[in-house]
Write a new protein. Structure first.
Length: 183
């Protein structure tokens, strides 16, 4: 039997974290635009050491799988992706993805990474459902989710506050059968 590539897509691959990568994540944490599309938490710069500690906690979790995203063309680190809060009994997980290097925004790298992490979720981990959220002003993320087959399942109205304005949190989900139909 010949297996499909598990870690590589058309543009990026899922890679193990390297200690030298911490410097990049710390640098990206100084970009407030990146922080405000990547997470709901208050934006704040972090040190390479703090990133390493945070990442170690992700890797140690039995209910999550965390990867770095590297380009296939030249092995450049561009971000991270992972599955977390896995409920094994129900075969469900949440997905997170972030492209930290601005040079790779809006060029299909996020969509490719979503495809790869979904393949990992459904083919390797035998999950049935993957959920994800994004903030309503992150149009690139919304388009990428929908392009790979996620369906909008709900909206938490005015959930996020940024600079005195309120924004919705968009909830997405995809089932294994929906993902398989697109392959």
């Amino acid at each position: 039997m010949e297996f499909k590539p598990l870690f590589a897509g058309k543009l990026v691959r899922l890679a193990a974290p390297r200690s030298e990568d911490n410097e990049y994540f710390a640098l990206w944490s100084e970009n407030d635009e990146y922080l405000r599309i990547m997470d709901n938490d208050p934006a704040r710069p972090i040190t390479p050491e703090a990133w390493g500690e945070f990442e170690a906690s992700l890797i140690a979790s039995p209910n999550g799988f965390h990867f770095h995203l590297r380009t296939l063309a030249d092995d450049t680190l561009i971000g991270s992706a992972g599955l977390f809060d896995i409920q094994w009994m129900h075969q469900v997980a949440s997905l997170g993805i972030a492209i930290g290097d601005r040079a790779y925004w809006g060029k299909g790298y996020g969509t490719d990474a979503l495809q790869i992490i979904l393949g990992y979720a459904f083919r390797e981990l035998n999950l049935y459902r993957v959920g994800s959220t994004t903030i309503s002003y992150n149009i690139r993320s919304m388009k990428a989710h929908e392009k790979v087959g996620f369906r909008q399942e709900g909206v938490q109205r005015s959930f996020i506050q940024r600079e005195g304005k309120r924004f919705d949190l968009i909830q997405y989900g995809i089932l294994r059968l929906e993902w398989e139909a697109l392959q």
